[in-house]
Design a protein around this ligand. Structure first.
Ligand code: ADP
Ligand code: MG
Length: 327
């Protein structure tokens, strides 16, 4: 029998980085969710070559003081949960407190942050989980995180990355979905030094759709709503003459979060079934608001999938809302 060893922190961080960071897109998602949780009004996302050599997320949120900025890189460091009670009333996007630790374990991170009333900001440089530098710095209120050389110290994981253009596609898609989920925040997305899109943050979903997907898609959309005592739903759906070759634009937001749900996809496809050709897919962007008690968001570790307590009710309301537009 081998002797049991206790793993050191560096190794533990590397292992659990595997759960949080699958590819550069996961890093962008975690960083942007942190910016949203920090009440930012403006968030800029910059990537180069699919995010593998470089990712930057800059926000104008609450920022951190020097002490918290160091703590933030610790495992299970979170300002979002203090007790088990909080676990069941979670209103923020992150709460496991391991994103920054995981990201810093497998890349080179430069964080700069400042709180509103503080004179100086704090700069922290972490590589492979080790803090190399901590200093005062001048910066604006908020937070900027630069991530370089993703998986530089875990070559086995780096091998699984796709081409930069494919990794970039994953990121673009994720950023678009986050921008759609928060029309009240202005997002600027810069890919390989070129600005891909910018949303105004003026709280109009219509405008976000137009900026992200252009005039052709936008002019083919119909808007409809459904309300009952159980939920309210707003749907942007395409005319049957406008379809796509994949399911990428069958988008669902539940209580402001992008999620995947099988019942939703089935309801959408059943509703369009007789209206569009086989192997074509509709564009249906749905905003569903429902009492959090009636959903379970933790069925998946990355929190992308939800379960509804009454799936039939969800199916019916989506299906009927779409059907009634084409009577
Ligand atoms: N952009 C940011 N602005 C302000 N605080 C931040 C930002 N990003 C991270 N933090 C702080 O660092 C902590 C750790 O972040 P993270 O590792 O993503 O864990 P979690 O988001 O699950 O709490 C957060 O709880 C928050 O207090
Ligand atoms: Mg987080």
């Amino acid at each position: 029998m081998n002797k049991i060893n206790l793993l050191d922190d560096e190794l533990i961080n590397k292992i659990s980085a595997g759960e949080v960071v699958e590819r550069p897109m996961s890093i962008v998602k975690e960083l942007v969710e942190n910016s949203i949780d920090a009440d930012s009004k403006n968030i800029t996302i910059e990537i180069i070559d699919g995010g593998i050599p470089y990712i930057k997320v800059l926000d104008d949120g609450c920022g951190m003081n020097e002490i918290d900025a160091v703590l933030a890189f610790g495992r299970h460091a979170t300002s979002k949960i203090k007790s088990t009670d909080d676990l069941f009333n979670i209103g923020t996007l992150g709460f496991r407190g391991e994103a920054l630790a995981s990201i810093a374990a497998i890349s080179k991170v430069l964080l700069k942050t400042k709180e509103e009333n503080s004179l100086y900001g704090t700069l922290i440089n972490v590589e492979g989980g080790k803090i190399l530098k901590k200093a005062k710095c001048g910066c604006e209120k908020g937070c900027s995180v630069e991530v370089k050389d993703v998986f530089y110290n875990t070559p086995a994981r780096r091998k699984f990355l796709k081409r930069p253009s494919t990794e970039a596609m994953y990121i673009t898609d994720m950023v678009a979905k986050i921008a759609l989920s928060r029309p009240d925040i202005s997002f600027k997305y810069i890919k390989d030094k070129r600005m891909e899109f910018m949303t105004s943050g003026n709280n109009s979903v219509n405008e976000v759709i137009l900026r992200l997907y252009g005039d052709e898609l936008y002019s083919n959309l119909i808007e409809t709503e459904y309300n009952d005592e159980y939920m309210n739903i707003k749907i942007f759906l395409c005319k049957p003459s406008y379809t796509r070759g994949n399911r990428n634009m069958q988008i669902l937001f539940v209580n402001g979060r992008f999620v995947k749900n099988k019942i939703y996809t089935t309801a959408v496809e059943e509703a369009y079934k007789t209206l569009i050709p086989v192997n074509r897919y509709p564009v249906v962007i749905t905003y569903l608001n429902i009492d959090p008690k009636n959903i379970d968001v933790n069925v998946h570790p990355t929190k992308l999938e939800v379960k509804f307590s009454d799936e039939k009710e969800i199916f019916d309301s989506i299906y009927k809302s779409i059907k009634k537009c084409f009577k």
